[in-house]
Design a protein around this ligand. Structure first.
Ligand SMILES: Cc1cc2nc3c(=O)[nH]c(=O)nc-3n(C[C@H](O)[C@H](O)[C@H](O)COP(=O)(O)OP(=O)(O)OC[C@H]3O[C@@H](n4cnc5c(N)ncnc54)[C@H](O)[C@@H]3O)c2cc1C
Length: 384
């Protein structure tokens, strides 16, 4: 994969970085402290179609190819200092909007996608339950067929965006015997129709501006028009959306890490200059840590963009998506910790944004499939 982006891709990068700096960063520390989601920022991001980057323009999206979508998400991570906001965009777009675009029928695309892409609506993905997380398809939520309708019953946990969601994409068992091999189906539910209730806000360690809660379905009668794709097609759809999400969230995280690395290098250079020539040797340990981080970052970026290239070219991308996710999320955690230590060594003991980002990064090795799950996928592909 060539990381020498085209002029159009470079101007996309600049556009998104500038947009984030201008519109998304102000007040982040206050929102963070109050655990607030600012819907006006979401609406603003709709002007650039950030919530619908790869969706074709005819359905209200920005119409980017896969690689350009990942370039845009990397730029969002780089420019936006509100990691919760970038994560909320990623969860909405990659786990929900993409499957609606790829598997929805004409009516669903026409009725749902424009408002999901232009910042009007927010959608949450609901698959995790109290007894099923990594083994996501082992779910208790059921959608039982009654005539032409389905009756949905169950409870989902840890749903990002749910407290502010207009829609929920939920996965339910429609055939217990078939399980993940044709027994899981996906439905798009609307808050305005009373299709779901949400629980209270989950108090997370990080990502405070991305709100999360449980979602409840109490014998909700759904029509077959609420079914996304075909009955029994849910497992395939979810697996596909996770390939998008693993690549896309990795791109966001690596964008963030690149900016933090750049800012730390600027600080080290300033301190080195102030210390003078005779203290230059004191900075060698720090410069090696920064050099190591740069190498790992570029290696991770190559995995991310190679996975994007495979997905774009309709080749099997699951192995590279898992390798990219494993490498990027572990590096996100390790890298922010390294940068935090470097700041501390230089007397900057309270780098607020780094402390916050380190806390945000801890969840990255859990969501979208934990690191152990990525290793299981990689090992399976190695036929171990
Ligand atoms: C910030 C955040 C946002 C989230 N957003 C959403 C969302 O929008 N929608 C949604 O539905 N869910 C969401 N989740 C839930 C997330 O998908 C689950 O937390 C995740 O799948 C892990 O499930 P679990 O927490 O039940 O852990 P478990 O599956 O119980 O795993 C516990 C530990 O065991 C390990 N483990 C489990 N199975 C295996 C195995 N087979 N082999 C080796 N190790 C294993 C795991 O790696 C982990 O370390 C979110 C989670 C977080 C932290």
């Amino acid at each position: 994969m060539n990381l020498d982006f085209t002029d159009a891709q470079k101007s996309l990068q600049t556009e998104i970085i500038d947009f984030a700096a201008q519109h998304l960063n102000e007040g982040v520390e206050e929102r963070e402290e109050k655990q607030q989601f600012d819907r006006s920022l979401w609406q603003k991001s709709g002007e650039l179609k950030l919530p619908g980057l790869p969706v074709p323009e005819c359905w209200g999206g920005r119409g980017l190819d896969v690689v350009s979508t990942m370039i845009a998400l990397e730029a969002l991570g780089y420019g936006c200092r509100d990691n919760g906001f970038s994560f909320a965009i990623g969860a909405h777009l990659l786990a929900c909007v993409v499957p609606i675009w790829l598997y929805g029928n004409e009516d669903q695309k026409k009725n749902l996608l424009p408002s999901l892409c232009n910042g009007t609506w927010i959608i949450a993905n609901a698959i995790t339950e109290s007894e099923s997380g990594s083994d996501a398809f082992n779910m208790q939520t059921t959608a039982v067929k009654e005539g032409e309708n389905y009756v949905l019953k169950g409870e989902k946990n840890f749903c990002s965006n749910a407290p502010v969601a207009d829609l929920v994409l939920v996965y339910a068992t429609t055939n217990q015997a078939k399980g993940m091999f044709g027994g899981i189906s996906a439905f798009v539910l609307q808050k305005s129709l009373g299709h779901f209730e949400v629980g209270s806000k989950v108090n997370k360690m990080g990502l405070h501006t991305s709100l999360m809660s449980s979602v409840f379905f109490d014998n909700i009668v759904l029509s077959s028009t609420d079914l996304l794709g075909k009955e029994g097609g849910g497992a395939v759809m979810f697996t596909k959306s996770m390939i998008w999400e693993r690549i896309g969230l990795s791109a966001v995280h690596l964008g963030t890490l690149q900016r933090l690395l750049k800012e730390t290098i600027q600080l080290v250079k300033k301190r080195k200059k102030a210390a003078g020539r005779n203290k230059e040797g004191n900075f060698q340990a720090i410069s090696h840590q920064l050099a190591d981080l740069k190498v790992e970052l570029e290696a991770a970026r190559h995995l991310v963009f190679h996975a994007a290239y495979l997905l774009q070219n309709k080749k099997s991308a699951d192995l590279y998506a898992s390798m990219a996710k494993l490498k990027s999320s572990e590096l996100y955690k390790k890298g922010t910790m390294t940068l935090l230590q470097i700041h501390n060594k230089m007397g900057n003991t309270h780098p607020k944004e780094l402390i916050r980002t380190f806390k945000d990064a801890t969840a990255s090795t859990v969501y979208s499939g934990s690191s152990e799950i990525q290793k299981n996928i990689i090992a399976k592909r190695l036929k171990i």
